[in-house]
Design a protein around this ligand. Structure first.
Ligand code: AHR
Length: 632
């Protein structure tokens, strides 16, 4: 294929071409990027997921139960762990306590862990916090914490625990013990028992560093949160409530999440904005649109309080510290408002409860939320949760949201899908991924078990298409991004993880290459479109480098494609850097966290332009490439 790239005449692209979408699915939040290590730390529960002592086991015959004291730790956390010496002779004079099994174990290293717990009851002596092997009982580190407990109030105890050695695996527990002989109450009550490893950028209540760094590796520019379906909640009684996710952890009740488990809401609204601050991401905040995942929705007459709640949330984010909710934000350590430019109204309103819920969205839910938000915040860019591809006329000035979960061939076939969009059809791709095999049963079959090479190449084609359509496509994000391999609902995710390991999928490598270099303007190419197998986009960077990104994929044959690319104004002898990704195990290859393999081969070559400034190479079938030439 011979391609000439002009030196000007393309589109100035969006400043947020690729990003992240986060929701608590697959234990992506609790037990995932939220670095808290203790599971069931505050005995939160609901009618869907009742309060229990799960994940806590007694030590030396202690008796553990759930209690509701007349003096609870807080209104939000009315239940706690009640610990008595029990009947065991072993425990009546000795050390007793309880252990937590964490989110499928603990990653124990020689590093500082910051912990805390609340206790109610009279006890003289010390508590001991420790991390040990669940298999051998070997203790990797422990710390004594003098008791300051009282039988009239809850007292918080803080500690720092530094293991003296790394554990060989994550099959470890955290224990809190005390001497039953020091008890002057019959029992001690505990709540909000917390342990954090070092966090990303050392944020208190922050993010797990290895997961955060893997996400930074995608060169993201925005974060869409808090869902996804997680925003909608399982029913109208349990939406994601912004005001229950802020403030001290003891004031967060948690909620029955959408994805089959109770969530702590430790990763709440403020933490999402701090995540954006720390990774320099543009926040895209989704607000509840009055639709729940079971299809129930709010009638027009009852919508006013829901709209007011969204306005309160926006005042919390954007209001000066002199406003009531701005003052609340300031009291939580953020006197300066965040710079929120994008607000999405709902999530996938075309899906749950359709057709009547969707009619309600188009007829009154979207217009009423929109007008109220625009009246209060005229600079906010409103995003509707459907797109022009979902049978909704997106009003001029509004951005639509498109969510293609597809077969790789569909991304191939729909490469030109965005060609006719105009700046009046601005679209965010708030979720995309290859999730089904070509020619399979689609949504009647399970999602693909992992991102796989041909699927990832389909995504590369899609990302090239969104870049060509930029700024009409304002940005695109893979979804969902995170999957805890111990409990998941959605299998195709860009990162898989366990307590101690993060696995970069084939899609991570492809996303990383396509998003790596920021194109600030596209450059016209001749030919202008793809050939039967080569999909490409050309552009320039802020410092004047020329960039060519391509994916090679043929739906019928295996085709290695010779490529010749010439950039107008670039002469023979100029050097370029060519990076090519191939999959060493063919179309079905995938990165398996259980095996720890990487099927993606990255080859970086210095390429020298021949006569006429033409760069030549061969794109193997199912490959992705980036060529970067020059720059100031
Ligand atoms: O990304 C997983 C789910 O897919 C999201 O929660 C939802 O928006 C979509 O249907």
């Amino acid at each position: 294929v011979d391609i000439s790239v002009a030196s000007s005449g393309g589109n100035t692209t969006s400043k947020i071409p690729f990003g992240l979408m986060h929701e608590d699915i697959n234990n992506a939040g609790d037990g995932g990027i939220y670095a808290e290590l203790i599971r069931n730390r505050a005995f939160q529960g609901s009618s869907r997921y009742p309060v229990s002592t799960s994940h806590w086991t007694p030590i030396n015959g202690a008796a553990l139960s759930i209690a509701k004291l007349s003096t609870p730790l807080s209104q939000a956390l009315p239940s706690n762990l009640h610990v008595t010496p029990g009947n065991s002779s072993n425990s009546s004079s000795g050390t007793i306590g309880f252990a937590n099994d964490g989110f499928w174990g603990f990653d124990v290293r020689k590093q500082e862990y910051k912990g805390s717990f609340y206790v109610f009851g009279a006890y003289e002596g010390k508590f001991t916090a420790s991390l040990q092997s669940a298999l051998t009982n070997e203790t990797f580190g422990s710390v004594d914490i003098p008791s300051e407990s009282s039988n009239s109030e809850w007292i918080q105890h803080n500690f720092t625990l530094v293991p003296t050695k790394d554990a060989p695996n994550s099959n470890n527990t955290f224990a809190l013990t005390f001497s039953s002989s020091g008890l002057t109450s019959t029992a001690l009550d505990f709540n909000l028992i917390s342990l954090f490893p070092p966090t990303y950028k050392n944020r208190t209540n922050g993010l797990r560093p290895d997961i955060a760094e893997a996400l930074v590796g995608l060169n993201p520019k925005f974060l869409r949160f808090p869902g996804g379906n997680a925003l909608e909640g399982p029913d109208l009684k349990n939406p994601w409530r912004w005001n229950e996710t802020i403030g001290p952890l003891k004031d967060r009740p948690g909620r029955p999440g959408t994805w089959g488990y109770q969530t702590s809401d430790g990763l709440g609204l403020v933490e999402y904005f701090e995540w954006c601050d720390d990774m320099e991401l543009e926040p895209i905040l989704a607000i509840h649109s009055g639709l729940a995942l079971d299809g129930a929705y709010i009638s027009e007459l009852a919508l006013t309080p829901w709209i007011q709640d969204a306005l309160n949330e926006l005042e919390f984010v954007l209001g000066p510290a002199t406003t009531p909710y701005g003052r609340l934000r300031a009291s939580l350590g953020h006197p300066t408002p965040w710079a929120l430019k994008y607000v999405e109204i709902g999530n996938e309103d075309w899906l749950a409860g359709a057709p009547s819920a969707y009619d309600a969205y188009r007829n009154y839910r979207f217009p009423l939320f929109r007008s109220a938000i625009e009246a209060a915040y005229p600079d906010i860019q409103i995003i509707a949760s459907p797109s022009v591809f979902d049978n909704m006329t997106i009003p001029v000035g509004v951005v639509g949201d498109y969510h293609p979960y597809r077969e790789p061939d569909a991304f191939y076939n729909e490469f030109g899908k965005f060609d006719n969009l105009t700046t009046e059809n601005l679209t965010l791709v708030g979720e995309f991924a290859s999730v089904h095999t070509n020619g399979g049963a689609g949504w009647d079959a399970d999602l693909h078990p992992f991102p796989w090479w041909i699927g990832s190449i389909g995504e590369a084609i899609f990302m090239i298409a969104t870049t060509r359509a930029s700024p009409t496509i304002i940005g695109a994000t893979y979804a969902p991004i995170l999957r805890n391999m111990n409990r998941w609902q959605w299998s195709s995710c860009i990162l898989e993880f366990s307590a101690s390991k993060t696995t970069l999928s084939t899609s991570w490598y492809v996303f990383n290459l396509i998003a790596r270099t920021d194109i600030t303007a596209t450059l016209p190419t001749t030919p202008s479109g793809n050939t039967s197998s080569l999909f490409f986009v050309a552009g320039e960077t802020a410092d004047g480098a020329r960039v060519f990104k391509a994916a090679n994929y043929n739906t019928t044959d295996s085709v290695d494609t010779p490529v010749r690319v010439g950039f107008e104004g670039v002469e023979g002898g100029r050097k370029g850097t060519l990076t090519v990704l191939t999959g060493k195990e063919g179309p079905w290859g995938f990165n398996d966290p259980a095996v720890g393999n990487n099927v993606v081969v990255e080859r970086v070559t210095d390429l020298v332009a021949g006569e006429g400034g033409v760069f030549e190479w061969v794109m193997p079938e199912l490959s992705v490439a980036e060529l970067v030439v020059g720059g100031e």
